[in-house]
Ligand binder design. Structure first.
Ligand code: PMP
Length: 344
């Protein structure tokens, strides 16, 4: 196996990992710095993460018993796979999608079965039904909006997965605040649904590594069995609590990013590209006159790093750009015009 990594290249405009281009409010940073002195550094942190779970629960109208917090939503997904997959079990994904779902499932020893999205990357209800009934997956992943293709899953697809999958259904909503749809309403005590969210994108806190799952109480109990003791450090618990005091900053940031996304989409549609619609903070595109890898290299030479998805299954020649600041997006558009003039 090889690890899952996006290159961390020192470059002027970094648009390859879907972080927020907006810094958190200065007030948040000041309050976090001040809270360093309040931590009892010689003691383990609150193992049950009570305060932060209650605050996240309040945000979504559920109790702390429905919230599992982890070091990034990736760790939350890993915990689900540790709890419910493993040897002789099957995990279902619908490709192309976020590669870490299948990557962690394989590390956990499970067999991965991959349903297929259509050429326009929509997912048919019949394909979801086929995979869930043919393979009886213990964990089924959906991703809404889907990374790297950009669109939210059709609610009918989510409904079908919930009806047909015999095991747990995870809806990865790392980018949900950028889209009008959420599967949070599908989580209840008699469901087997978990929705994952992250502080890495909309909350401008990728450096903190904080994510969570909203799920039925019994599932949270299972996840606590597979979690290492005191896995969430005291500063991170503080950071999450303080971030939740700045919801309007986060919401304004989402609006800014969405407006910039629409501006980028409009500009890119006038270029020799196939551009897929997006309800996230990134855009998938394919140059029509040069190879994807050639365009990626030319962009990098011009100081702009985007994600090269061209070798991924079903994404030949495709690149993915994260929506940045207005200045970064301008730099990207200029570099892209130049890159599309590059020849193989
Ligand atoms: N899910 C999806 C779909 C993502 O794109 C990402 C970030 N690349 C994550 C989860 C992980 O986010 P984090 O671990 O930073 O919360």
């Amino acid at each position: 196996m090889s690890g899952y990594h996006s290159p961390q290249v020192s470059v002027k405009v970094r648009l390859n990992t879907n972080e927020s281009p907006i810094e958190p409010p200065a007030e948040f940073v000041r309050a976090l710095a001040a809270s360093v002195g309040d931590v009892k550094w010689n003691r383990y942190p609150d193992r049950a993460v009570r305060e932060l779970r209650a605050a996240i629960g309040a945000l979504h109208g559920v109790g702390p018993e429905n919230v599992f917090v982890a070091n990034g939503s990736n760790e939350a997904l890993q915990s689900v796979l540790l709890a419910y997959s493993g040897a002789r079990r099957t995990v279902a994904t619908f490709e192309p999608t976020y590669q870490l779902h299948s990557h962690i499932a394989r590390i956990a020893g499970a067999t991965v079965v991959s349903g297929k999205r259509n050429p326009d990357f929509t997912l048919d209800v019949s394909e979801v039904r086929r995979v869930c009934t043919e393979y009886s997956p213990s964990v089924t992943f959906l991703c809404s909006p889907n990374n790297p293709t950009g669109m939210a899953e059709d609610p009918a697809v989510v409904k079908t997965a919930i009806e047909c999958a015999p095991g747990v259904v995870v809806v990865d909503e790392a980018y949900a605040q950028f889209s009008p749809y959420t599967a949070l309403d599908c989580v209840n005590e008699s469901s087997r649904v978990a929705v994952s969210r992250t502080f890495s994108k909309t909350w401008s806190m990728a450096a903190a590594r904080l994510g969570y799952l909203i799920a039925p109480k019994w599932m949270i109990g299972d996840l606590e069995i597979v979690t290492l003791p005191y896995h969430l450090d005291a500063m991170k618990q503080r950071a999450g609590l303080l971030a939740l005091q700045h919801i309007s900053h986060m919401e304004t940031g989402v609006k800014t990013v969405v407006a910039e996304r629409e501006r980028l989409l409009a500009a890119m549609r006038s270029m020799p590209l196939t551009v897929w619609p997006s309800q996230a903070n990134f855009i998938l595109f394919r140059p029509t006159n040069v190879a994807g890898r050639t365009a990626w290299r030319a962009l990098l030479d011009a100081g702009v790093l985007v994600r090269d998805c061209s070798s991924w299954d079903g994404l030949t020649d495709c690149l993915r750009v994260t929506v940045g600041t207005a200045a970064e997006n301008d730099a990207f558009l200029t570099a892209l015009r130049g890159a599309l003039e590059a020849r193989d």
